[in-house]
Each structure stands twice: as C-alpha cells, then as structure tokens.
Design a protein around this ligand. Structure first.
Ligand code: NAP
Length: 224
C-alpha cells in the first residue's frame, strides 16, 4: 500500500512512517519539498538500522499536494486549525478509493490544563471537520488519537496500548484496523461511526493532564 502522511515531518508522522515502512511505501508530506525529503532521509537511516533486510517498504518525501494523487491512504498528521485548508486542497485530487485517516486531536492548553476544543468552543470534532471538507465521508476513518509519538518512535519497545477507530464504512474501517494491527502491540478498538470520533479525540487531553499531574511519561491507554 502507498501511504502518504500529510504533515509527516512532525513527530506523529515520523512515528507512523517508521512503523508502517516495514511493509509499505510511505511518503512523508510537507508544505516544503526539501523538508519532506530531508525528513525522509533521516527517518530512513533509523529504520534501515532497526529493520535491516526485514524491511519490505521504504520512506520517501514529497510536497503534500504533489504526493496526494498517488496514495492509497492518506494520514492527516496536521494540527486541527489547518484541516479546512489542507482538506480543501486535496479533496478533488485524491484517488477515487483513497482512505483518509484522521489522528487529529483538537486540543489547547489553558490555565486548568489541556482541554478539548470542540467542547470548550462548541465546534466540530476533528473527524467531522474533515468530513465537512472531503467529498466521500465513507472513505474517512478517525484513529490513533491516544498513542504517543514517542512510543511509535521507540522501535525496539513493544507497545502495549489501545487506540480507538471510528468510521462509517465497515470495509474501509477494517483496512485501517489491519494497518494498526501491524504495529506490534497496538490494539485497535472499533468505537462506531465517524460521529463517535469526539469520544476518542477527547481522551488525549485527559491522558496528558493525568500524565502531567501524576508524572507518567508518554501515557497510553488500555481497556481491560
Ligand atoms: N504527537 C503525538 O504524539 C500525537 C498523538 C496522537 C495524535 N496526534 C495528532 O496528530 C497530528 C500531528 O501531530 P504532530 O505532533 O506531528 O503535529 P505537529 O508537529 O504540530 O505538526 C505536524 C506537521 O503539520 C504541518 N503543519 C504545520 N502548520 C501547518 C499549516 N498551517 N498548514 C499545513 N500543515 C501545517 C507541519 O509540517 P510542514 O511544516 O513540514 O508542512 C508539521 O510538521 C495532530 O493533529 C495531533 O493532534 C499527535
């Protein structure tokens, strides 16, 4: 599968690229082509050492919009504020069956701690905001909100965490679930349709508050 990560130069993109390149061709996207290529070169060095000949895929870099038309799956690894801009630009050029994954957490820090923006400001969840800009709602899957980039980047550590997955179309959602299962120790839990995504998204500010106040590094979530 060809996986494009829009905003892949950030920590989340780095972590996902380093995991998924084991089996897939991953493209790091950026607004700046040179930044994308430099990031891909730097991530490739790390994974080559970690995986050696076990690696079946690779990591390359390209400008966000230039890579979109070739990808089977796109991860929107960008901050909440830029959803309208990026989705407006890619909506008409994505491949017909391209899956769009949103790990986006609408979150800000106040004096009380990390807060979930849609609840404080009566705005849409990240997934609903993506859906308002992307033509085919059934191709959108919301996932991966509660996994820390640091856990993804520590390739020698086994992750023992759950992430929630929301989507309207069963087949599309199952493709993303399988992709998440490829990340050793990460358990995807289906949480229902895209309209339920807010429940997954709002877990992240909660985790970060608990982490900060109780001195837990790189918190994760596991339902038992
Ligand atoms: N980090 C985590 O542990 C984590 C965990 C769960 C979910 N998430 C979610 O995953 C997403 C990515 O997280 P992150 O920590 O990697 O974010 P980030 O570092 O803040 O941003 C990711 C990338 O977004 C691009 N970007 C910045 N401003 C932009 C703009 N105005 N328009 C278009 N692109 C812009 C930048 O890439 P270029 O400058 O190269 O274009 C940047 O490298 C976020 O929505 C976050 O809520 C993160």
């Amino acid at each position: 599968m060809k996986i494009g990560i829009i905003g892949g130069t950030g920590g989340m993109g780095e972590g996902l690229a380093m995991r998924w390149c084991l089996n897939h061709n991953v493209v790091i996207g950026s607004r700046d082509t040179e930044r994308a290529i430099n990031s891909s070169i730097s991530f490739s060095k790390v994974v080559a050492e970690a995986y050696g000949s076990a690696m079946k895929g690779d990591i390359s870099g390209n400008e966000n919009i230039a890579m979109v038309k070739d990808c089977d799956l796109l991860v929107l690894s960008i901050p909440y504020d830029y959803i309208d801009d990026i989705c407006g630009k890619i909506s008409s050029i994505v491949k017909e069956n391209c899956i769009i994954v949103s790990p986006i957490v609408p979150m800000k820090k106040s004096n009380d701690g990390f807060e979930y923006i849609p609840m404080k400001e009566n705005t849409k969840s990240a997934a609903e905001r993506v859906a308002s800009k992307i033509q085919h709602r059934s191709r959108i899957v919301s996932a991966l909100h509660t996994i820390s980039e640091v856990k993804l980047k520590h390739l020698d550590e086994i992750i023992d965490c759950d992430v929630f997955v929301c989507g309207d179309d069963v087949n599309t959602t199952n493709i993303v679930i399988k992709l998440i299962e490829e990340i050793n120790g990460l358990r995807p839990l289906y949480l229902g349709s895209l309209s339920m995504s807010y429940q997954a998204e709002m877990m992240t500010p909660m985790l970060l508050n608990a982490s900060k106040l109780n001195k837990i590094k790189h918190p994760g979530l596991k339902i038992v």
